[in-house]
Design a protein around this ligand. Structure first.
Ligand code: ACO
Length: 430
C-alpha cells in the first residue's frame, strides 16, 4: 500500500487515494478516508466493483477465463491432484509433500464420525426435507458438541474445527440423503479414502459393503476440486461477513451454505437439470422457447447455468466439465439425452446476439449436474455436493479473514432515501 495514483475531487477539494497493490490483476483504490474527510460513501449495489479484502487464495481473470488457487491453474489441479490435496493447498498455502498429505488425510480420517445424538437430529426432519436445509442445520448443530473450540483467536482450536468440518461434512451430506430415501444411516469406513468413503455412505447399505467404482471416485474428486474455492462469491463473502463478528467457524460456514443454496448461486446446478428435463419432457419447452424466455425482460426466467458476475468469457471450470461429461457418461452411465440438450442450448445461446453482447457463457453449474446425475446423485443433492467441494475455500477464507490485522466487523454503509425528520403524531391523532 501507499503510492497515490488517483485524486478524487469532491466539491472542488482534492482527495488523493492510495492504491492497494495486487500481485496480479486489479489493484484497489483505498477509499477508507472518504466518508470521514468528505462525508460521502461509495455506492456499489451487489459489491460488483468493491474489494472488501485482500486475499492470497484465488485469482480469477474473468476476461481471459482463467482461475488459479495459490498460483496453480485449475486445469493442473484438476488433472493431477486429489480433493484433499487441493484442500491442503488452500488451507496451508502450499501443495503438500507425500508425508504432509498422509498426515493431513490421517487427521481428517480420525474425525469422520458424528456424535450419536446427531441421529435424533436427522430423524426429526420431515422425510422430504431439502438436503441443503439439513446440511446447514447439521453444521450449526455439530458446533454444540465442540464449544470449547469456538474461540477464533485460538489457532489450535481453529485447526481442530477445520479438520472436524472437513471430516464430518461427507457424513452429514450422506446422512441427509439417507434420510430422504428412508435408508439406514451408514457409518463412515476410515479404511477408505475421503471420496470413496463418502460414496460408500451415500450408496452403501449395512447389509453389504459397497464396491465403489474408481472411475466414479476420480470423477467426484475432479468435481469437488472444481468447486473448491472461487474468490469473494456470495457464499464465501457470507462466511467472511459472519465470521467478522467473531462468530465461530461452524456458524460462519453454516451461513455460507444458506447463501449457496439460492438458485442464482450454487442452487443453479439443480435448476439447470430441471430446465433441461423440462425441455426433454415438455414439447412446448424447446431450446428456442428457453432462449426466447431468457431474453424476454418481462419474464423472470433466466437461462440457468449461464452468466457470471466475474467471467465475461468461458468459465474454465465449465470448459473442463464439458469435456469431462462425455468421458464420464461413456464410462459409467451411457448416453444422457440431457447432455445433448445442454450442448444444443449452449450452441444456440452462443450464436444469439443477446448472449454475445452480454458476454454470457456457461458457468460451472451448466454441466456439473449432468455429471452428478451420471454418478448416481439425485438433483436435490447437487447443491450439497457443491457445498462439499466449496468447504475448504470457505474455511481458508474464514482463516485468512480472522488472521488479517485489517479485518473489522463487516458493516457496509447505505445511502438513506427515507423521509426526512417528521413531527411525531400521537396515536389518537393519526
Ligand atoms: N439468462 C438471461 N439473461 C441473463 C442471464 C441468464 N442466465 N444472466 C445474466 N443475464 C443478463 C441480465 O438480464 C442483464 O441484462 P441487461 O443488461 O439487459 O439488464 C445482463 O445479462 C447482466 O446480468 P446481471 O444480472 O446484471 O449480472 P450479475 O453479475 O448481477 O449476475 C448471475 C450474475 C447471477 C450469475 C446471472 O448471470 C444469473 O442469474 N445467471 C443464472 C443463474 C446461474 O447460473 N447462477 C450460477 C452462477 S455461478 C455460481 O454461483 C457457482
Amino acid at each position: 500500500m501507499a503510492e497515490t495514483i488517483a485524486n478524487l475531487q469532491i466539491d472542488g477539494k482534492d482527495n488523493p487515494l492510495d492504491i492497494v497493490e495486487s500481485s496480479v490483476g486489479n489493484e484497489g483504490l483505498d477509499i477508507r478516508s472518504l466518508r470521514a474527510q468528505h462525508g460521502v460513501v461509495t455506492f456499489d449495489p451487489g459489491f460488483a466493483n468493491t474489494a472488501g479484502t485482500t486475499s492470497a487464495l484465488t485469482y480469477i481473470n474473468g476476461a481471459e477465463g482463467q482461475l488459479m488457487h495459490r498460483g496453480y491453474s485449475i486445469e493442473d489441479l484438476a488433472l493431477h491432484c486429489s480433493f484433499l490435496e487441493v484442500s491442503y493447498l488452500l488451507l496451508e498455502g502450499s501443495l503438500p509433500n507425500a508425508a504432509e498429505l498422509q498426515s493431513w488425510s490421517d487427521a481428517v480420517r480420525v474425525h469422520t464420525l458424528l456424535n450419536e445424538e446427531m441421529k435424533r437430529f436427522f430423524d426429526a426432519f420431515p422425510r422430504d426435507a431439502h438436503p441443503m436445509a439439513i446440511l446447514s442445520s447439521a453444521t450449526n448443530a455439530i458446533s454444540t458438541f465442540y464449544e470449547e473450540y469456538h474461540n477464533p483467536g485460538d489457532a489450535a482450536a481453529v485447526r481442530e474445527s477445520a479438520i472436524r468440518l472437513m471430516a464430518k461434512m461427507p457424513t452429514i451430506a450422506a446422512w441427509a440423503y439417507k434420510k430422504s430415501i428412508g435408508q439406514p444411516y451408514m457409518y463412515p469406513d476410515n479404511s477408505r479414502t475421503y471420496v470413496e468413503n463418502f460414496l460408500a455412505m451415500m450408496f452403501g447399505l449395512p447389509v453389504h459393503r459397497a464396491e465403489i467404482d474408481p472411475v466414479i471416485v476420480k470423477a467426484l474428486n475432479v468435481l469437488l476440486i472444481l468447486h473448491a474455492d472461487h474468490g469473494q462469491n456470495c457464499s464465501t463473502a457470507t462466511v467472511r461477513f459472519v465470521g467478522s463478528s467473531q462468530a465461530n467457524l461452524f456458524a460462519s460456514v453454516a451461513a455460507g451454505m444458506n447463501a449457496l443454496w439460492g438458485p442464482l448461486h450454487g442452487g443453479a446446478n439443480q435448476a439447470v437439470i430441471a430446465m433441461l428435463q423440462s425441455i426433454h419432457d415438455d414439447p412446448e419447452a424447446t431450446t428456442e422457447s428457453c432462449i426466447a424466455r431468457a431474453k424476454d425482460k418481462d419474464d423472470p426466467f433466466r437461462l440457468m447455468g449461464f452468466g457470471h458476475r466475474v467471467y465475461k468469457n468461458y468459465d474454465p471450470r465449465a470448459r473442463i466439465l464439458k469435456k469431462y461429461a462425455d468421458d464420464v457418461l461413456e464410462r459409467v452411465a451411457g448416453d444422457d439425452p440431457l447432455l445433448e440438450i445442454a450442448k444444443g442450448l449452449e450452441a444456440a445461446a452462443r450464436e444469439d446476439d443477446y448472449f454475445i453482447e452480454r458476454n454470457l457463457y456457461p458457468n460451472v453449474d451448466f454441466y456439473s449436474g449432468i455429471i452428478f446425475r451420471a454418478l448416481g446423485f439425485p438433483p436435490r443433492m447437487f447443491t450439497v455436493l457443491f457445498a462439499l467441494g466449496r468447504l475448504p475455500g470457505w474455511i481458508a477464507n474464514w482463516k485468512e479473514m480472522s488472521e488479517d490485522p485489517l479485518t473489522r466487523i463487516a458493516r457496509p454503509r447505505q445511502v438513506y432515501t427515507g423521509p426526512a425528520p417528521l413531527d411525531f403524531v400521537p396515536l389518537g391523532d393519526r
